[in-house]
Design a protein around this ligand. Structure first.
Ligand code: UTP
Length: 298
């Protein structure tokens, strides 16, 4: 069985309620950190990791996501006609080309949960394990988080590998949390995971964030998965069911993660990138702001 990760799923069909009213007409995944929408960071990360096929699980009301990720020939033509060659080149390079790139859009008509969204992609997966990327978890670092995970997965033995980071005890209730059994380099081994536990019941402080590499059997598990926390089909629950037979690992990525599904996380990500941009940095300095070093609000 191959351990090469060829497919990435981007679940982008959610309601984005925490960001209303911004997300009433604009998909959360298109909200920008500085000038780049969240979905673009996710797509770039998947490309860097060598993913061949990109599967977007979207909603009919969120067609702007497709318009963003695909080449817009009319716009690039218009930009070139106006002499804006470099902007046209940059847009073209960032976008998928209909003829050259393997991109699929699948609809999740009702937001029944992340697990259900992943299940919607089932018929579009290439052979081997599958990556799942949540665009509202922005992970910045020298090496893309998915690239690191693909490498670790290839040389490892676990069936499911999830990105994890240590969070303070008073934050565990916001995450899926691993039941840790040991550690091997950048991977913590686990025999299960729990979605959003109370601090007193949490098996560890290893919180799962939005990058996963999953054995294909996840689709069978999801097909029979009963609704869990919040009445939704939880990806966490289906992963946990396979933990004993497949092996489950938490990958402690080297980058810094920002929860861009929340206002505070989005602000932190914006400050982080602004500090690296000469024009924006001047604005921060003029206001006497100290420069951020990673997120404070996990
Ligand atoms: P979130 O729970 O962060 O997104 O899901 P949400 O539900 O859109 O946002 P809030 O909590 O109401 O503010 C993480 C990712 O999973 C997708 C979302 O679009 C987001 O990219 N998702 C979530 C789906 O595709 N379908 C779902 O049913 C739920």
């Amino acid at each position: 069985m191959t351990r090469q990760v060829r497919t990435a799923i981007f679940p982008v069909a959610g309601l984005g309620t925490r960001f209303l009213p911004a997300t009433k007409a604009t998909p959360k995944e298109l909200l920008p950190v500085l000038d780049t929408p969240l979905i673009q960071y996710a797509v770039d990360e998947a490309r860097d990791a060598g993913i061949e096929r990109m599967v977007f699980v979207s909603h009919p009301s969120k067609t702007a996501i497709e318009r963003h990720v695909m080449e817009d020939a009319r716009l690039t033509r218009e930009l070139r006609a106006r002499g804006k060659e470099s902007i046209a080149d940059a847009l073209s390079e960032a976008a998928f080309q209909e003829e050259d790139d393997d991109v699929r859009f699948v609809m999740q008509k009702q937001p029944k949960g992340l697990g259900h969204a992943v299940l919607c992609a089932k018929d579009h997966i290439l052979e081997g394990p599958v990556a799942v990327i949540l665009p509202d978890d922005l992970i910045l670092g020298d090496v893309g988080c998915l690239s690191e995970m693909v490498e670790a997965y290839r040389s490892g033995t676990v069936g499911h590998l999830v990105a994890t980071m240590e969070v303070p005890e008073d934050r565990v209730h916001k995450y899926g949390v691993l039941s840790v059994t040991g550690k091997n380099g950048m991977i913590v081994t686990a025999d299960g995971m729990v979605e959003k536990p109370d601090a007193k019941d949490a098996p560890s402080r290893q919180a799962v964030v939005g990058r996963y590499i999953l054995d294909q059997s996840i689709f069978d598990a999801l097909a029979t998965q009963k609704p869990g926390a919040g009445g939704e089909i939880q990806l966490t629950d289906a992963i946990a069911r396979g933990a004993a037979s497949l092996g489950l690992g938490g990958f402690q990525f080297s980058g810094t993660r920002f929860d861009c599904g929340s206002k505070a996380g989005m602000l932190e990500a914006t400050l982080e990138l602004a500090a690296a941009d000469p024009e924006c940095r001047t604005v921060l300095e003029q206001r006497g702001l100290s420069f951020p070093a990673g997120p404070i609000a996990a």
